[in-house]
Design a protein around this ligand. Structure first.
Ligand SMILES: [Fe+2]
Ligand SMILES: [Fe+2]
Length: 259
């Protein structure tokens, strides 16, 4: 089973790139299942449920979120009705939504779990390491094929979590920084890993936003509106080939496809 993992989709350019590339890869028979990070899909901000449905219609099987999960009031109100969207499992107890979903496929179940980091992030998230450990010993104990989106800032924290979960999940992949790393690998016990998938959106930008307002913010310290940049869209991510019987990864290929 080849699973396409898609880095943070930013605004309309990102959504367009996502649709085009997923169509192409499916037509070429290169992918069987798609996990996409959608936390910036709505003009760079967190999506409402209708945007999630658009990503699902465009070919995503599961959409993950992140620190922008609650940008839209509609998502806070409606996420409990969604079956194919996950927000970080280590959000505070009582937060709406789910931290994992389990999807049936003809070859077996695929579970997608999301966690969020605490280094250089909000301090009020629960520990992602202990959260993952508890879940893998608990409700996910019988799941063979598990993909973990670790939405974090620090490479050290993400790499450490990847090592911590080696052999216990099929893949750990980072999202959030919008900068693709070239460290894709398979750890000794069979877990595929990449520190960050990158971004799906306009490359001629600062993390998907227009360059000039971001520069002015740094130069003056005055808040500016950061609109999504235009043009030059790219899809960044990785394709993981997983053995559905053992849950071990057979390969990981990093991808960057310019439209
Ligand atoms: Fe994020
Ligand atoms: Fe993001």
């Amino acid at each position: 089973m080849r699973v396409l993992l898609v880095g943070d989709i930013v605004g309309r350019p990102g959504r367009n790139a996502f649709q085009l590339v997923v169509d192409r890869l499916k037509n070429e028979g290169r992918i069987d299942f798609v996990v996409a990070n959608g936390e910036n899909a709505a003009a760079g901000r967190g999506p409402a449920p209708d945007m999630i449905h658009a990503l699902l219609n465009a070919g995503a099987d599961v959409v993950t979120l992140g620190d922008h999960a609650w940008d839209s009031k509609e998502m806070v109100a409606g996420i409990d009705l969604e079956t194919r969207v996950v927000r970080p499992a280590n959000f505070s107890k009582g937060a709406p939504g789910k931290g994992y979903v389990r999807v049936e496929t003809p070859e077996g179940n695929i579970t997608v779990l999301q966690l969020i980091g605490r280094v250089f992030m909000q301090p009020n998230y629960d520990c992602p390491f202990h959260q993952a450990d508890r879940m893998l010993k608990g409700e996910l104990g019988a799941d063979k094929v598990i993909f973990v989106d670790f939405h974090g800032e620090a490479s050290s924290e993400r790499m450490a979590l990847g090592r911590f979960l080696d052999g216990r999940v099929s893949a750990v992949f980072g999202t959030h920084t919008h900068c693709q790393t070239s460290d894709e690998t398979i750890f000794p016990k069979g877990t595929a890993y990449i520190t960050d998938l990158g971004m799906t959106g306009p490359k001629d930008s600062v993390l998907g936003r227009e360059v000039e307002p971001v520069l002015q913010r740094f130069l003056t310290g005055v808040p500016h509106k950061f609109d999504v940049a235009k043009g030059d869209p790219v899809l960044e991510g990785a394709i993981v080939d997983v053995n559905m019987k053992t849950g071990k990864a057979r390969g990981i290929e990093r991808i960057r496809i310019q439209i």
